[in-house]
Design a protein around this ligand. Structure first.
Ligand code: NAD
Ligand code: ZN
Length: 361
């Protein structure tokens, strides 16, 4: 089958392969025919070493498709079901899921022995799957908790986006930061995740939503998703003075993954406000805070992992918002690509040109 493989960290392009094989599913696994996958910046970050990644590896973690086969003990899904892949599925039974009530942080399935074996191979060489998901492929094998069944009438292209970028951004606003009605919000980075944070802030009732991006060509488009203002970084201080009397924003979301922007997001947050880090930076890069300001400003500095998702619940919430016209998913698809165009899509992400691109198999 076809799959896009990262052969070595640092490679600029993925190896488009046509002879990839998949392991047999275990009794608790599900084979999914991937019909659509989004390209997330995290895929590019796995390529350049920002996100640690075993290689060779089938990238992609934002996908949807149709269940092709299920293991003998799988009960929640059956062949023919339309599903979204979950890159960090909850087991629903552990202390993290039940006591901490943080299903997005459950690692029981992520590191389940079934999922630790490489799901793909090529000519006898094992091939890993990004986030144990691997959606840049025609078929993938997922643990049963790693799929969420959706209604058959939901188009699978927009469903795929819910699997990462949309859930992460909307969830950061409504689950993690819990944006309040009437608040003032700034979002750094208007890619798929940032635009979703903008939409999440709009859904939560924010009064002002400022998008900050280096790519001004995107600004008209970004406003269609609910940003009330869009500026390049150099213009932000003036706008902050105008909108907040210089106090800063109630909420700031960093949706890029750059330490200096994380620091700026903290500075743009008002005293007592919330600075939410969604972007993923490198393990060996650091953000500095002086030992006085953390107490003095009383800002809440919080990370958001997968938008605080409980995939079993939140994917359906987002799709209901979409159904009733409150979450624009179609508008987020900047380009539709074939498998052979995946590397063009990767380059477009690097240039910051797109909101989201969807690859159709
Ligand atoms: P993207 O590449 O689509 O968008 C990034 C945007 O930031 C682009 O519009 C680009 O023009 C802009 N940008 C780049 N440098 C900038 C700067 N210095 N100042 C202002 N704007 C700048 O990325 P995406 O797919 O939306 O992902 C965004 C980040 O979120 C990535 O770091 C990704 O790894 C991360 N992510 C995190 C999670 C999570 O669970 N927290 C999940 C998915 C993605
Ligand atoms: Zn992602």
């Amino acid at each position: 089958m076809r799959a896009a493989v990262l052969q070595a960290v640092g490679d600029k392009h993925l190896d488009l392969c046509y002879d990839i094989e998949m392991v047999e599913p275990t009794s608790h696994e599900v084979v999914v025919r991937i019909t659509h996958t989004g390209i997330c910046h995290s895929d590019v970050s796995a390529m350049n070493g920002t996100i640690p990644q075993d290689v060779p590896c089938v990238l992609g973690h934002e996908g949807a498709g149709v269940v092709e086969a299920v293991g003998s003990e799988v009960t929640a899904t059956q062949p023919g079901d339309h599903v979204i892949a979950v890159w960090s599925p909850p087991c629903g039974q552990c202390e993290v899921c039940l006591v901490h009530q943080k299903p997005n942080l459950c690692s029981a399935i992520m590191y389940h022995p079934d999922r630790l074996r490489p799901p793909f191979s090529q000519g006898g060489t094992d091939i890993a799957a990004m986030a144990r998901t691997g959606t840049f492929t025609e078929y993938t094998v997922l643990y049963e908790h790693g799929v969420v069944k959706i209604d058959d009438d939901i188009p699978l292209d927009i469903a795929s986006l819910v699997g990462c970028g949309v859930m992460t951004g909307v969830g950061a606003a409504i689950n993690t930061a819990k944006v309040q009605p009437g608040s003032k919000v700034v979002v750094f980075g208007a890619g798929g995740v940032g635009v979703s944070a903008i939409q999440g802030a709009r859904i939560a009732g924010a009064a002002e939503i400022v998008a900050v991006d280096i790519n001004a060509d995107k600004f008209d488009k970004i406003k269609e998703f609910g940003a009330t203002h869009a500026v390049i970084p150099e213009e932000l201080d003036d706008l902050k003075s105008e909108l907040t009397s210089g106090h800063g924003f109630d909420y700031a979301f960093e949706c890029i993954g750059i330490p200096s922007v994380m620091r700026t997001a903290y500075e743009q947050t008002r005293r007592g406000g919330t600075c939410c880090i969604v972007g993923v930076g490198r393990l060996d890069e650091f953000v500095q805070f002086n030992a006085f300001e953390l107490f003095y400003n009383e800002k809440k500095l919080i990370g958001s992992y997968y938008g605080g998702v409980d995939a079993r619940v939140d994917f359906h919430r987002l799709l209901r918002l979409w159904r009733h016209g409150q979450l624009d998913l179609e508008g987020m698809i900047s380009r539709r690509l074939t498998f052979d165009q995946i590397n063009d899509g990767i380059d477009a992400v690097r240039r910051g040109e797109v909101v989201r691109q969807v690859v159709e198999f």
